[in-house]
Ligand binder design. Structure first.
Ligand code: CDP
Ligand code: ZN
Length: 158
């Protein structure tokens, strides 16, 4: 049995007034929204990099180039599906996922359960092995949102 693999992911986007605000695959009712090439879902991007990192694969930006028109405005759930396919091919599966989103607004806690459910549907991991929490910037840049994710990958049962 190979040893479990830990992966760390980080992402950052600027926030602007207006536009759709997707965080963890969930649409928030928010004045501010992250801006980026795809739907700019900072949490899904951090999760993808955690999964790819644990599996020893190229990071998200290398695979899905931000100058590729194909990914303009696309849903970041496509990226998660790609990552899950990659690890399945390597006979790995997710065993744990923990995340933090850092921004002053929107507030994450009212949407925690919806995000955990969405992440469970996207990854196939049970909800009690997925966690998400929000933190403020404590006087930092209110127009920036960052996310960090840690994941554990284990060998799939053959
Ligand atoms: O109190 P502490 O410094 O640990 O955390 P904080 O950054 O002051 O945030 C207090 C609480 O607000 C957090 O524990 C979250 O439950 C909530 N929060 C949130 O839901 N969404 C954010 N964007 C920021 C904070
Ligand atoms: Zn991103």
């Amino acid at each position: 049995m190979e040893a479990p693999r830990i992966g760390l992911g980080y992402d950052c986007h600027r926030l602007e007034v207006g536009g759709d605000c997707y965080i963890g695959g969930v649409l928030f009712d928010s004045e501010l929204a992250p801006v980026g090439h795809s739907d700019a879902d900072v949490l899904l991007h951090a999760i993808c990099d955690a999964i790819l990192g644990a599996a020893g694969l190229d990071d998200l930006g290398t695979v899905f180039k931000d100058n590729d028109e194909q990914w303009s405005d696309c849903s970041s759930s496509v990226f998660v599906e790609y990552c899950m396919k990659q690890i399945t091919e390597k006979h790995l599966c997710l065993a744990s996922l923990d995340c933090v989103v850092i921004c002053d607004n929107p507030k994450i806690s009212p949407m925690r359960s919806a995000i955990r459910q969405c992440l469970s549907e996207l990854t196939g991991l049970q909800m009690d092995r997925i966690n998400v929490k929000g933190k403020t910037t404590e006087g930092g840049d209110a127009m920036v949102i960052t996310a960090q994710a840690v994941t554990l990958l284990v060998q799939s049962e053959l």
